[in-house]
Design a protein around this ligand. Structure first.
Ligand code: CP
Length: 310
């Protein structure tokens, strides 16, 4: 079975093929009959151990628009953490013979572990601070549609990089497609070894945003900071929040992105989030198209010659 566990392991050709396929899926969601039959009769299970608004609902809609039967497993995020319980849950669902399992889990490597155990395709919908591949794909599609390309664009990824699987997947993907990637964050919110990941490091927004084509803000993940450094919101917004003044350092036609959920007034000012440069709603729309493309690429036998793994 074929899986999408991360952007790491995908070739630039794989990525471009998925983006091209996603481009063709956009029309399905924009017509009144929002339905294809590619995955008719297939069963998709969404297994989300962590909270989600965008990812879970867009995977559900994507499956339904492809004609699949979609089941959302409701798992509380408190009692089940990792290890055997995850595997037990997955093996129970596996016995019901799904064709594809979409998993979000708080532990890095959870999706890869599952992929070794179950007899169906697995898609990583976010595993700890590791990867969130469909988010990076939908971000790339949004950038490509706004700017006509990804190659040689300057993309500034700003904020809580340390806890961000979105940042990790984006850094890998954007490098694969030839973008110039920057991270902008206080050193306390950067992972060790960030400079070896293919990102130029900046600590001040004014420096990191200079002449950027894309400004990608990250959520300050305070729930993952227990026992470590938790910045004060007011101070964080003042130095690292994106407001109109800081945005002026980027190119005049720069786009503003945020994967959501947003903390307005923490990492991004409301008027910038809702402003003319924001493509945050487009990101959400592209999320459905990208997830349709990924599931079609994994499950449609006519596409099985195409490369998607990772
Ligand atoms: N961007 C993202 O993954 O959002 P959710 O946590 O709401 O799915």
């Amino acid at each position: 079975h074929r899986h999408l566990l991360g952007i790491k392991g995908l070739s630039p050709q794989d990525i471009v093929q998925l983006l091209d396929l996603a481009e063709s899926e956009i029309a399905v969601s924009r017509q009144s009959e929002k339905k294809k039959a590619t995955l008719r009769g297939r069963t998709q299970i969404n297994l989300f151990f962590e909270a989600s608004t965008r990812t879970q609902s867009s995977f559900e809609l994507a499956g339904k628009r492809l004609g699949a039967d979609v089941m959302n497993m409701s798992v509380g995020n408190s009692s089940v953490k990792k290890g055997e319980t995850l595997i037990d849950t997955a093996m129970t669902l596996n016995a019901m013979r799904p064709d594809i399992l979409i998993i979000r889990h708080g532990s890095a490597g959870a999706a890869a572990l599952l992929a070794q155990k179950v007899g169906c395709s697995v898609v990583n919908a976010g595993d700890g601070a590791h990867e969130h591949p469909t988010q990076a794909l939908l971000d790339a599609l949004t950038i490509r549609r706004a700017k006509g390309k990804v190659e040689r664009l300057t993309v500034a990824i700003c904020g809580d990089v340390l806890h961000s699987r979105v940042a990790r997947s984006n850094i890998i993907l954007l490098n694969a497609l030839g973008a110039r990637v920057r991270v902008v964050a206080p050193s306390t919110l950067l992972p060790a070894g960030i400079s070896h990941m293919g990102a130029e490091v900046f600590h001040k927004m004014e420096d990191g945003l200079k002449d950027a084509d894309v400004v990608m803000m990250l959520r300050l993940q305070r729930e993952r900071m227990a026992g470590s450094f938790v910045p004060s919101v007011r101070e964080y917004f003042r130095y690292h929040g994106l407001d109109r003044e800081k945005l002026k350092y980027a190119k005049p036609d720069a786009i503003v992105m945020h994967p959501g959920p947003m903390n307005r007034g923490v990492e991004i000012a409301s008027d910038v989030a809702d402003g003319v440069q924001s493509v945050i709603q487009e990101q959400v729309e592209m999320g459905v198209a990208v997830r349709m493309a990924v599931m079609e690429a994994l499950l449609d036998p006519r596409r099985n010659a195409e490369g998607v793994a990772g």
